[in-house]
Design a protein around this ligand. Structure first.
Ligand code: PEP
Length: 244
């Protein structure tokens, strides 16, 4: 899977202009699932622009209640009603700036599954955590508290993204070996809780993925695709990642 996270960028007009260019560039790509996650206000434009194509659309967050007095929030059924199929959960920017915790990641993941959306659940360590040698402990805690509470059936429907926080939007990409090591740590956690699902679960790498570093990352059998921020905003650059 190659998934794009547009963060808080693009208007509906810019969204339409992106897909006018992007859709033909990936029309014959069948080797990976292609997903773009625009902001909520662009979902309908994105769905209309990709209807009948091989490009799927997702949101970047959801609230866990189906409806209610939760001003400013958007639920899984609301996202589903736009025609979107995916949702990013627990992105590090949500954890850093909006108080997301492992416990709320679990609630949002379950809500996404209940709305028949495929959650792309993000985990990853901070720079200080990597430097202090606690990457494995952090990934384990995020897995145990944010993911392990799913049933086997729920777990079989999620995608995990390993995104080292120090590599997001910084231009500092993890080396392919560092990324693969972290993916192995996550797979070991999956193995101990969900058994054989460890082999079939897709784990994406995210953090400054660009056309000039995709080759080394995708050469790692542990890495099943990418979650791409900055480089997904440009149709030519994201198409070159998809078509790699
Ligand atoms: C992201 O937003 O998930 C991300 C990985 O961003 P970037 O590719 O810009 O580092």
């Amino acid at each position: 899977m190659m998934a794009g996270n547009w963060k808080m960028y693009k208007t509906p007009a810019e969204t339409k202009a992106f897909f006018d260019k992007f859709v033909p560039l990936v029309a014959s790509s069948s080797h990976c699932e292609i997903v773009i996650c625009p902001s909520f206000v662009n979902l309908e434009t994105a769905i209309a622009a990709t209807s009948g194509t091989n490009v799927g659309i997702g949101a970047q967050n959801l609230y866990w209640a189906k409806e209610g007095a939760f001003t400013g929030e958007i639920s899984g059924p609301m996202i589903k009603s736009t025609g979107a199929s995916y949702v990013i959960v627990g992105h590090s920017e949500r954890r850093q700036f909006f108080g997301e915790t492992d416990a709320t990641v679990l609630k949002r993941t379950i809500a996404a599954l209940e709305a028949a959306l495929t959650p792309i659940v993000c985990v990853g360590e901070l720079l200080a955590e990597r430097e202090s040698g606690s990457t494995a402990a952090v990934l384990s805690r995020q897995f145990q508290d944010g993911i392990a509470g799913l049933t086997d059936e729920q777990f079989s429907k999620i995608i995990i993204a390993y995104e080292p926080v120090w590599a997001i939007g910084t231009g500092k990409v993890a080396t392919p070996e560092m990324a693969a090591d972290a993916h192995r740590m996550i797979r070991a956690e999956i193995q101990s809780k969900f058994g054989a699902a460890a082999q079939s679960t897709r784990i994406l790498y995210g953090g400054s993925v660009k056309p000039d570093n995709i080759k080394g990352l995708m050469a790692q059998p542990e890495i099943d695709g990418g979650l791409v921020g900055g480089a997904s905003l440009d149709p030519v650059s994201f198409a070159s990642l998809v078509n790699f």
